[in-house]
Design a protein around this ligand. Sequence first.
Ligand code: HQG
Length: 181
Amino acid sequence: MNLSNISKQLSYLLRHSTEPQYINLNGGWADTKTIIEVLKKTYTNIDMDIIEQIVDSDAKGRYSFNNSHSKIRANQGHSIPGVIIEMDSPDPPELLYHGTATRFLSSITEQGLKPMSRRFVHISPDLETAIKVGKRHGKPVVLVIRAQKFVEDGNKLYLSSNGVWQAEYVAPEYFTVKYIN
Ligand code: HQG
């Protein structure tokens, strides 16, 4: 069984499902049993052991269980309207990074960074991660965000439990463009 394919569908169900009744908007939790039943329609042999393997081995820490594993959620990245995941707002480092593709640059420098189809703009803690995120969209380019200044000015910055910084919007005055060769 290909765990990566199952993980993609799991992530879709927990973040972007068009049947969001599976998801408790307060915290983003879903019943693990219900999610297994839905995934069984595509992957007949799926069971709790496989879901636990996916959650434990996910390189980006995308998922969490509650203590008893009866509930599961995606830690960030949702587009389902109204989902609220509690997040900390620790003091950020001076600089943070947003990877994107060169084809979006003119729009971003004009309008600022918007969440687009997601709830938040995703911001990486380091340049390498941002380059990887940007490559998903095309030729990568990185926006270097003056995170401390952003927060000092009263803007909110959150940190998800798996280490992705998040903001509702980042105005152009807070970033500079770093081209990647
Ligand atoms: C761009 C992956 C035009 C934005 C990664 C991005 C990440 C604008 C794209 C996570 C814009 C949205 C999220 C504007 C922003 N005009 N384009 N004004 N403002 N954009 O996929 O940050 O594998 O929704 O730069 O690791 O690429 O899913 O966001 O290029 O953490 O767990 O609009 O997805 O994680 O694309 O990626 P996305 P993202 P997972």
